[in-house]
Design a protein around this ligand. Structure first.
Ligand SMILES: [Zn+2]
Ligand SMILES: [Zn+2]
Length: 90
């Protein structure tokens, strides 16, 4: 959970002063992208499988693939390919 402040009150566009926006941020459980929460309104969705906030693109896949699992999968794949290479003497 983080906090993000976008302060545009010092800038003026078309005679209108910019706003100061404050957001709370959480990261997507599946891809680690940052989601902004504005006044309890959520940008994104909720994954009931891993019980965390996820972004819209991740929720639309309808699958639960936590980020850590992706990383683990990649590591396992690396170990497997390396073992294979060793077997072939490469
Ligand atoms: Zn995501
Ligand atoms: Zn999930």
């Amino acid at each position: 959970m983080g906090h993000l402040i976008i302060d545009q009150s010092a800038t003026e566009t078309n005679g209108k002063r910019g706003e100061k926006l404050e957001y709370d941020t959480v990261s997507c459980k599946h891809c680690q992208c940052v989601l902004r929460i504005i006044k309890r309104q959520k940008e994104g969705a909720w994954c009931f499988t891993c019980g965390g906030s996820v972004c819209i693109p991740c929720s639309q896949t309808g699958q639960c693939v936590p980020f850590m699992k992706k990383v683990e999968g990649q590591i396992k794949y690396d170990i497997r390919t390396r073992a294979m290479f060793r077997e072939f003497g490469i």
